[in-house]
Design a protein around this ligand. Structure first.
Ligand code: FE
Length: 340
């Protein structure tokens, strides 16, 4: 099959294009690990502004990477949107991305949130959630504090191999060095209330239930509980407190949702237009708000009651390129430390 017929059969199979698809139709094939309500408005507005139709392929993050790899030079994928710097870095390592050159993106997206091949469009913070009865906020002001022997039997986390924790580990390596990060990881493992299991929301619930004294979680999971009208979620929110870690020093570690243009993208011009569109004020609000995140572009007003209530904080502006580079070492350190 030719590349073009592959693309057409591919989109037809998904029911997103019909026989009326003509050669002159401008299209964009988006491989996305996102599926939020606000995405409809996000993509619809792009099509309205540019006339470029978006074909969306949604799958889990790691499956998308595998799929693009397997499709190779015949891949119809133009854009990959996914979460976490470590996954975006993995796609980059595999050579899946094309270089990005755009004056618009350079002007709109802060330097620490840009790399040569992928751009962050929203940010989330890795925060500490503590049980108000068993842990005092003064005990957990920094990620480093999780290694304090006073927290023995109180610390909870999802798996150390999860991208969110690998990115946090990478930031610790860049700030504190590999040796100190390994000591930290060993001490945190020694402080665990239980072996890592579940996702971040499970950790927050376990903190509320008293099984854990403090847990690491991404901010949007907490914001989601805050925005929930379920009484059981509101009870969880009431029994825990949150800390923006490392406010007196480098700032709180943030992670990102981001996107890149694929090396074999058949529609590279449309792909660049799409990335530039994502950096516009309105798209930034849709993109970030869909998952209770913050816009990457500074000065874009958020429209989210939970995020407004959480307030502002000092951000660790370690460049994403540096963070991404330390991810493989973070994995090796966590493996040795038994943080699995
Ligand atoms: Fe998540």
């Amino acid at each position: 099959m030719t590349k073009k017929s592959l693309v057409l059969s591919f989109v037809a199979a998904l029911g997103v294009a019909t026989a009326s698809a003509q050669a002159e139709d401008q299209q964009l094939n988006l491989y996305s690990a996102r599926h939020y309500q606000t995405d409809e408005a996000l993509y619809g507005e792009f099509t309205r502004q540019t006339g470029i139709k978006i074909n969306r392929i949604e799958a889990k993050e790691d499956e998308l990477l595998e799929r693009i790899r397997n499709e190779g030079a015949n891949s119809p994928a133009d854009i990959l949107i996914t979460v976490d710097a470590s996954r975006l870095a993995r796609a980059d390592e595999l050579g899946l991305f094309a270089p990005i050159k755009s004056a618009v993106l350079e002007e709109r997206i802060p330097p620490h949130l840009r790399t040569d091949t992928w751009i962050a469009f929203s940010t989330r913070a890795r925060v500490l959630i503590y049980n108000k009865e068993t842990v005092k906020p003064e005990q957990v002001q920094n990620y480093e504090d999780l290694a304090d022997a006073a927290l023995k039997g109180k610390v909870c986390s999802r798996s150390g191999s999860h991208p969110y924790n690998l990115s946090l580990g990478a930031s610790l390596i860049k700030h504190n060095g590999a040796d100190q990060t390994e000591q930290w990881a060993r001490a945190v493992v020694a402080n665990f209330a239980r072996a890592p299991k579940g996702g971040d929301t499970d950790q927050i619930r376990s903190v509320a239930a008293g099984e854990c004294g403090v847990a690491i979680a991404n901010s949007y999971y907490f914001a989601r509980l805050m925005n929930s009208d379920k009484p059981e979620d509101q009870r969880v929110v009431e029994s825990v407190g949150y800390v923006w870690p490392n406010q007196d020093n480098r700032g709180t570690h943030i992670n990102v949702s981001g996107a890149g243009i694929l090396k074999h993208a058949p529609n590279k011009d449309a792909a660049l237009k799409f990335l530039e569109y994502l950096a516009s004020d309105q798209a930034q609000i849709y993109f970030a708000n869909g998952n209770n995140e913050w816009p990457a572009v500074t000065g874009v007003a958020i429209e989210n009651p939970a995020l407004e209530k959480l307030g502002g904080f000092k951000v660790d502006t370690l460049p994403m390129t540096e963070l991404a580079g330390a991810v493989p070492e973070a994995q090796r350190i966590f493996d040795r430390a038994g943080f699995r």
